[in-house]
Design a protein around this ligand. Structure first.
Ligand code: PMP
Length: 307
């Protein structure tokens, strides 16, 4: 499990720091009011022996949008963001495993939004290089909050309280992930990924206005679908539509493209020809075995990798 790893170092206050010393003060707003915004990025070893992060600029831009909405100043340029990630990855990278990096702006100074100062804090974790295992999911009784409560568009830790409730609920029912409905009872997203539903020959996903994060992976999947000649549309999805779907999946930076075998007590058809093809194409693209122009790579300078 990603969260259980305890890497040797983290990045904080502009430098690498031993894991046990990477702490926040109990009085800061990151702790007292959960003031933070974050991004999860993934990096893959490439066939030419280089290690590359995908979609770094898109993650940086979304981090800035989340920060802007929560009035958290982001004093870091893209180059500073990139160099911080490169430093941490350079220190932790091993030859046989991919990595997931969490980049967080924690509010370390200020009070109720005044005189706010935020620190860029990074942690990185090793990941196995495997095709994601298919999962059983359920529909949660918990709901994604609306845009006038805690907007899904803001990627802040607080938003994951509901995801956590849903996951614990799912665990008690033996599901591996859960779908969150929005305040109108339509499909929003899963606890940390977006929904992919196939009906007929078309991939359908709810638009962000239904309460989903503006997902970077979803944009990738849209481009891959277009290249494979598969129609991809964004429109509202009813709960019962999920139950009669021809194929279901979830997608996100960490989940990549994961297929779903059942939802609540409904078993999906055994084969997932469309999402299976998307999954395979996605993995080929991010691992560079069959590149696709939609994937933007940022390499770790060789001086840093493998230090
Ligand atoms: N929804 C939620 C709630 C998420 O946490 C994530 C993961 N960041 C996603 C969707 C997928 O977003 P992305 O494809 O940008 O990783």
């Amino acid at each position: 499990m990603t969260q259980l790893q305890k890497p040797a170092v983290a990045y904080m206050k502009g430098r690498l720091i031993p894991w046990d010393q990477a702490t926040l003060h109990i009085g800061c707003e990151a702790v007292t009011r959960g003031r933070n915004v974050f991004e999860g990025l993934k990096g893959y070893w490439q066939p030419d022996g280089q290690f590359k992060i995908i979609m770094m600029r898109q993650h940086y831009e979304r981090l800035k949008r989340s920060a802007r909405l929560l009035h958290i100043p982001c004093e870091y340029s893209f180059e500073e963001y990139r160099d911080a990630i490169n430093q941490l990855i350079g220190a932790l990278l091993t030859p046989d495993r991919d990595m997931w990096v969490r980049t967080t702006l924690f509010v370390t100074e200020g009070h109720w939004g005044e005189n706010t100062v935020a620190d860029l804090v990074l942690t990185a974790y090793h990941q196995d290089r495997a095709t994601p295992r298919s999962i059983r999911i359920g529909v949660s009784t918990w709901r994604r909050s609306s845009d006038i409560a805690l907007p899904a568009r803001i990627k802040t830790g607080s938003n994951y309280q509901v995801s956590l409730l849903a996951r614990l609920e799912g665990k008690s029912r033996d599901y591996e992930d859960m779908v969150l409905l929005n305040q109108s009872g339509r499909v929003a997203e899963a606890t940390a990924s977006c929904i992919l539903m196939v009906r007929g020959d078309t991939i359908v996903t709810p638009p962000a206005t239904e309460g989903a994060l503006e997902s970077i992976t979803l944009d990738i999947v849209e481009s891959l679908a277009q290249s494979l000649g598969v129609e991809f549309i964004r429109r509202p999805i009813d709960r019962t539509e999920l139950l009669v779907a021809d194929e279901l999946g979830v997608c996100g930076t960490l989940h990549e493209v994961t297929l779903v075998t059942s939802i609540d007590e409904y078993t999906l058809p055994e084969k997932s020809p469309i999402l299976g093809a998307i999954q395979q194409r996605y993995l080929e693209a991010v691992r560079g075995t069959n590149p696709h122009p939609v994937i933007e790579f940022t390499g770790i300078p060789s001086a840093m990798a493998g230090r």
